[in-house]
Structure formats: structure tokens, C-alpha cells
Design a protein around this ligand. Sequence first.
Ligand code: G3P
Length: 217
Amino acid sequence: MKFFIDTANLDQIREAQALGILDGVTTNPSLMAKEGITGEENIKNHYKAICEIVDGDVSAEVIATDYEGMVKEGEALAALHSQIVVKLPMIADGVKACKYFSDKGIKTNVTLVFSAGQALLAAKAGATYVSPFIGRLDDISTDGLNLIAEIRHIYDNYMFETEILAASVRHTMHIIDCAKIGADVMTGPLKAIEGLLKHPLTDSGLEKFLADYKKGN
Ligand code: G3P
């Protein structure tokens, strides 16, 4: 299972990278705005800065919503760095643009996916990644994890190569449940990743080992 961090915060990206478990980064316009990154040039420079920190794929989202605009913007984003993955919204023009980039061998991430049907279309268009938003489905009393399971089932039926990138992961149990279902990738906040580390028996066990060592030395 690949671990992506879902943030545009460089310190948090560095921290996850230093842990040695990071496979990539996802961003979106809201995460960029949260870090105060505005303006086309600043946003592009920020993507490049992220690529310098991590070794893996970095999703950069287009703002255009028409096919020609997405193609133009996506090509400019892909030209920024070899690690850039063009992130496209799950709308008809996004599907067309996904097919265009797939045919050119440029990696894509189809985002804002909320149904198995949308995921099927993304795979048909040759998406590298499909991003079902589990937290936002949970927010409206719909089982986000069930969507991951449905997509896993469909993709396995036909051996689609599109990777299921569980997105809108909000907490540590989301990560564990996605791993049980077989999501290829999860993207979440640093806090959710760090939650995997914690267990009170690890802390108390370590404390006792160190105390016993001190007694004998
Ligand atoms: O990965 C998608 C993500 O950025 C959306 O997360 O928490 O805003 O639903 P959230």
C-alpha cells in the first residue's frame, strides 16, 4: 500500500518524508489556499518545491473545467517536473482529458469520485489513479469505505490497472480499513499517519525495558 500525504504544507511533507514511509503527495486548490499559496507562478513554484522534497508522485490539480483548458493547463503542470501527476475532476471533460493524457503517457489522478460508476469511467479512460473521497461520503451518512470495496471488486473483475487512491481520509482507522479492503494508495493528513505509530503498550513496554536496563547498568 502506498502512503501519500494530503497537504501542501512543506513542513508536514518533510516530516512524513523523514519518517521514510512517504510515496507521494496529493494537493488540491483548497489545500493550496490553506497554505496561502495563490497566483499561478507561486502555485507552480510550490509544486516544484514539493517535488524536490519527495521521491514519488505529486498530484497537481487543474482549475479549468473545459477539455481544451484542462489539456493546456495539465500539459503545463506536467512540464514542471517528472513527478507531477495531472489531477482532473470527474466530469465529462475531465474524462476526455484523462484519455488524452493517458494516450500521451502522462500520469493522471481523477478526483472528486463518489460512485463506483465514476470509478469505472476513470479506469476506462486509463487513469493512473482514481480518488474516491471516503470522508466526504461519511459526512453525508454514506459508507465511504463501502465505495472503496465496490471499486476494488470491479477493478479486480477486469484487471484494470488504475490504482485506487483512497482520498479524504480523515483518521487512522480509515487507513487501516482501506488497507484491509486493498486500496492501492491512501492519502491522508500527517496526524492520521502518525496515529498508526501509537500504542500504550509500546510506550509502557519501552519504559519498563529502559528501567530494567538501568537497574543492571
Ligand atoms: O484527498 C482529498 C482531500 O483533500 C479532501 O479531503 O478532508 O477535505 O474531505 P477532505
